[in-house]
Design a protein around this ligand. Structure first.
Ligand code: SAM
Length: 261
């Protein structure tokens, strides 16, 4: 298969396009942002759902075609540019993001959107299945890692739909899944110092198969021993990071914060 430099695998199944729009649950009057509209299979449906649709497309030729096709509609605005660099706060609040994200930049763009979470009501995103496995993973599951913690800390996460690779042209090697992310008004767990929290979470998963006592060596001076077992904030450091819940990560980070502060 020819390499698509901009992740241009276009959805060609109109039934799946309809399902995606229904699952996005856009309420009348709410603004919508589509990232990477491509040849417009979702755009043509979204434009009927809202009186404000902003579409951000990086490819100049596709942008010209989209402008020709939808440019007359007053509700439609095309931005030719990089969705990873766009200032979403310029569009106000209550945004509903809908996208079949380009694989090469999917995680990067999703993190950017989470950065703008105060402006966003919902994200309905199609991503590679393996990434969605990570976003929805619970403690103890193989796919659970720092990305699961990051996204679940900020958002309500719902797996919505499985999409086989045959729904795209050209056919990619991998299957996709649709996910719904709703930014939470407050993070899921109370954390005194979010920077320290994420530093510690990233360290805990640094060597996935290693125990916490090996991954959290930066804080070794704070370890204590109970019955010969190393512990931190009451957590047994013979455990692996992949077994810790968000609450337990928060307990660890808040303990470290208290010790330094
Ligand atoms: N929405 C269309 C569909 O479902 O068929 C196209 C999806 S295709 C997987 C990804 C689209 O994103 C392509 O049109 C590609 O040109 C565009 N794209 C790639 N990188 C982008 C970026 N950084 N910012 C905005 N659009 C981008």
């Amino acid at each position: 298969m020819k390499k698509r430099p901009l992740g241009q695998n276009f959805l060609i199944d109109p039934g799946i396009a309809q399902q995606i729009i229904q699952l996005a649950h856009i309420q009348p009057g709410e603004p919508v942002v589509e990232i990477g509209p491509g040849k417009g299979i979702l755009t043509q449906l979204l434009i009927q759902q809202t009186d404000s649709l902003t579409a951000i497309e990086l490819d100049p030729q596709l942008s010209r075609d989209l402008q020709k096709r939808f440019g007359d509609a007053l509700s439609f605005e095309l931005v030719e540019g990089d969705a990873a660099k766009f200032d979403y706060s310029s569009l106000g609040i209550g945004l509903n993001i809908v996208s079949n994200l380009p694989y090469y930049a999917a995680t990067h763009i999703m993190k950017k959107l989470i950065h703008y979470r105060k402006h966003i009501r919902s994200m309905t995103l199609m991503l590679q299945k393996e990434v969605v496995d990570r976003l929805t993973a619970k403690p103890g599951q193989r796919a659970y890692g720092s990305l699961s913690v990051y996204v679940q800390y900020h958002c309500e996460v719902q797996r919505l739909l499985e999409i086989p690779n045959t729904a795209f042209s050209p056919t990619p090697k991998i299957d996709s899944s649709l996910i719904g992310l709703m930014p939470l008004p407050q993070p899921r767990v109370r954390v005194e110092d979010p920077k320290l929290f994420f530093k510690m979470v990233n360290s805990a998963f640094f060597h996935k198969r290693k125990m916490l006592k090996n991954n959290l060596k930066d804080w070794r001076h704070l370890f204590n021993k109970e019955n010969g077992q190393a512990r931190l904030a009451g957590i047994d450091l013979n455990r692996r990071g992949e077994t810790l819940s968000l609450d337990e990560f928060a307990d660890l980070a808040n303990y470290l914060h208290a010790q330094n502060g």
